[in-house]
Design a protein around this ligand. Structure first.
Ligand code: PLP
Length: 363
């Protein structure tokens, strides 16, 4: 068997710039990976511990409380209605689902899967793992007469922070329904709207009250600092979720039971999400001002965890310029050819490190 040919793991290319940034006398400010640095809430940790003596296998579909908590959180936080708790499936973080979803839904050679023009790299990886053809497009007209098996959306976007409005989402849904295309929206940054209010694919203003052919992918990594727990879920069309569940049961893709308990606590905790939002809002304003004052332009970035920044030069030149100031960021090329003149600046560093970055940019 020949394994599918996957792109080189992009982060390996950043190692030399990481070394340059670490050599700064004030130490590195690592804004390259969007990994949370703030504490896991006490109530979430207590919930995890409360389920530490359960020796039996957990179910792939998750405990009913978890599914109910997910439906309730979608409704309270994002105005999503009509999701059947049976149509919620916990995932081991969302990255594994992104990487396997085309395969799990049966896409394969001869199928087209649409991913955003500038995108989180795992969408492409998932299409390649399924043996299908990835097509990068942000607009439906770019797709011509094609009938894709799956179309990925990501709003707010990683890396650009762009938000897709209700009209855009509704048009995509109508277009997809005419073609039998499954629309999957990765909504892991949905709680992080700054200058615009992101809308879920599953919101009734988008769906018209019908969830057929639609899935939303959610993660607790960013909203609840649970990246280390690996906690996400997918929800939407009951028939599609049942198909995912059927395969995942066979494949042993099960969220550990203590993590399921922690997810219930995090999904019930809107205050925790608000607290985390405040931290990111503060860091975002500091970094945005410092970047702009030192000559950067920031595009999109109206939501999400990143500032999509440019000096209208090759992305690697900007990565080097920042590395010499001890600041590590990701080049836009990691996210597709259209990112060649941008860098992605993450908001995930402590206040102290973000202040250090701002000072260095002002020098
Ligand atoms: C757009 C997007 N989707 C999915 C993920 C995966 O997140 P996790 O696996 O932690 O849920 C990330 C992580 O950065 C992301 O940016």
């Amino acid at each position: 068997m020949i394994p599918p040919s996957l792109p080189d793991f992009p982060w390996d290319q950043l190692a030399e710039y990481g070394a340059r940034a670490r050599a700064h006398p004030g130490g590195i400010v690592d804004l390259s990976v969007g990994t949370p640095v703030d504490p896991v809430a006490e109530n979430v940790r207590a919930a995890l511990a409360s389920a530490s003596d359960l020796p039996g296998y957990p179910t792939t579909h998750g405990i009913p409380e978890l599914r109910t908590a997910a439906v309730a959180a979608l409704s309270r936080r994002h105005g999503v209605t009509g999701v059947d708790p049976q149509a919620v499936l916990p995932t081991i973080g969302s990255k594994e689902l992104v990487a396997w979803l085309p395969r799990l839904l049966g896409a394969g050679p001869g199928d087209v899967v649409v991913i955003p023009e500038v995108a989180y790299p795992t969408y492409e990886v998932g299409v390649l793992l399924a043996g299908a053809e990835p097509v990068r497009a942000d607009g439906l007209t770019q797709l011509g007469p094609r009938r894709p098996a799956i179309l990925w959306l990501n709003s707010p976007s990683n890396p650009t922070g762009r938000v897709l409005g209700v009209d855009h989402l509704r048009k995509v849904v109508e277009w997809a329904r005419e073609r039998g295309t499954v629309v999957v929206s990765d909504e892991c940054y949905l709680a992080l709207g700054w200058e615009s209010e992101p809308v879920s694919l599953l919101h009734p203003s988008v769906t018209g009250g019908r969830l057929d052919g639609l899935l939303a992918v959610h993660s607790l990594s960013k909203s609840a600092n649970l990246a280390g727990y690996r906690a996400g879920f997918v929800a939407g069309d009951p028939e599609l979720v049942a198909r995912l569940l059927a395969v995942r049961k066979h494949a042993g893709m099960i969220v550990p039971r203590p993590v399921q308990q922690a997810m219930v606590a995090a999904l019930d905790d809107d205050e925790g999400v608000a607290r985390q939002r405040e931290r990111y809002a503060h860091r975002r304003l500091l970094l945005r001002k410092a970047l702009r004052d030192s000559g950067f332009r920031i595009d999109h970035s109206e939501a999400g965890l990143y500032l999509w920044s440019t000096r209208d030069e090759d992305a690697w030149t900007t990565v080097g310029w920042l590395a010499d100031r001890g600041i590590l960021v990701a080049p836009g090329t990691f996210y597709g050819p259209a990112g060649r003149q941008h860098v992605r600046v993450a908001l995930t560093a402590t206040d102290e490190r973000v202040e250090a970055a701002a000072e260095r940019l002002a020098e």
